[in-house]
Design a protein around this ligand. Structure first.
Ligand code: HEC
Ligand code: HEC
Length: 208
C-alpha cells in the first residue's frame, strides 16, 4: 500500500507539468472606482453567498472540531466525512492520517465517482478562523472582509487569491468542477471572480 502511494506521488508531477504551464488565468480589470453602487455590490454578494454556503465549499471550511463534512452524490443530507477522519489542529491530518494519503495532490481532472477528490495543492481543511459551515451568510460576509479572519487579505488580495488558486487548480477551482457526478458550486468560477470584484469595488457591503 505504502509503495503504491509513493509511486503515485512520484508519477504525478511528470504527467502534470505540461497542462499547468499551458494555462494562465488572469483576472479581468477591476471595475473603475465609483462605478459600482452599494446595491449592485449587495446583489453580487447574494450570488457569492450561494457559493460560500454550498457544500463544495463549506464542507472544508469547518469549525474547531476539525471534522470535514461530506454530501455524497445521491444524498441530500450533509454529514461528517466517513471513516472517522479528523484533520486535527494541523487541519491537514498530520496527527493521525494525512488528507493527502487519499486526496493525492494532482491537477488532473476529478472524473471518478466516489473516488477521493484532489486538487493541485495539498488537500486540507481551511484554517479554523475561516469557518463557513453552519454560519449565516451575513456572518460569513463580515468574516470575509475582516483581514484578521481571512488570511490578512484586503479586497484586492481576495481577488488575487482566487486567481492564484485557479492557476494551481487548487481547492476553490475544484469546487466549481468537482467531477464524479458531484454538484458544482453555483455560477462557475469566472462569474464568481467577477462577483467578488464587483463586491470589492462596491465597498464589500454585507446584508443588514
Ligand atoms: C481514507 C481515505 C481518505 C482520507 C484519509 C481523507 N479522505 Fe476525504 N474523501 C475520501 C473519499 C473516498 C471521498 C469521496 C466520497 C464520495 O464522494 O463518495 C472524500 C471526500 C472528501 C470531501 C468532499 C466532500 C463533499 O461533499 O464535497 C472533502 C471536503 C474531504 N474529503 C475532506 C477531507 C479532509 C480535509 C481530509 C483530511 C483531514 C480527508 N478528507 C481525508 C477519502 C478520504
Ligand atoms: C479541500 C478543502 C477546501 C475546499 C473544498 C475549499 N476550500 Fe477555501 N480554503 C481552503 C484552505 C486550506 C484555505 C486557506 C488557504 C490560504 O489562506 O492560503 C482556504 C481559503 C479560502 C479563502 C481565503 C479567504 C477566506 O476568508 O476564507 C477563500 C476566499 C476560499 N477559501 C474560497 C473557497 C471557495 C469559494 C470554495 C468553493 C468553491 C472553497 N474555498 C473550497 C480549503 C478549501
Amino acid at each position: 500500500m505504502k509503495r503504491a502511494i509513493s509511486m503515485l506521488i512520484l508519477a504525478a508531477p511528470v504527467a502534470l507539468a505540461a497542462p499547468l504551464l499551458a494555462e494562465d488565468i488572469a483576472a479581468p480589470p477591476m471595475p473603475a472606482p465609483g462605478s459600482v453602487s452599494a446595491a449592485q455590490a449587495l446583489e453580487a454578494w447574494t450570488r457569492i453567498e450561494a457559493v460560500v454556503t454550498h457544500p463544495r465549499c463549506a464542507n472544508c471550511h469547518v469549525g474547531s472540531d476539525n471534522v470535514p463534512m461530506w454530501t455524497l452524490v445521491g444524498e441530500t443530507r450533509t454529514r461528517p466525512h466517513g471513516m472517522n477522519i479528523n484533520a486535527g489542529e494541523s487541519r491537514i491530518g498530520a496527527e493521525t492520517l494525512m488528507c493527502s494519503t487519499c486526496h493525492v495532490t494532482s491537477a488532473m481532472p476529478n472524473d471518478m465517482p466516489q473516488a477521493p477528490p484532489h486538487a493541485g495543492v495539498d488537500w486540507q481543511l481551511a484554517p479554523v478562523e475561516m469557518q463557513w459551515f453552519g454560519m449565516s451568510g451575513r456572518d460569513i460576509c463580515a468574516q470575509l472582509k475582516d483581514p484578521a479572519r481571512n488570511g490578512g487579505r484586503d479586497g484586492a488580495g481576495l481577488v488575487e487569491h482566487l486567481v492564484h488558486d485557479a492557476n494551481l487548480k487548487g481547492t476553490i477551482h475544484w469546487g466549481f468542477v468537482p467531477g464524479g457526478g458531484r454538484e458544482p458550486a453555483p455560477g462557475g468560477f469566472e462569474n464568481h471572480l467577477r462577483d467578488i470584484q464587483t463586491w470589492v469595488a462596491g465597498g464589500q457591503p454585507c446584508p443588514g
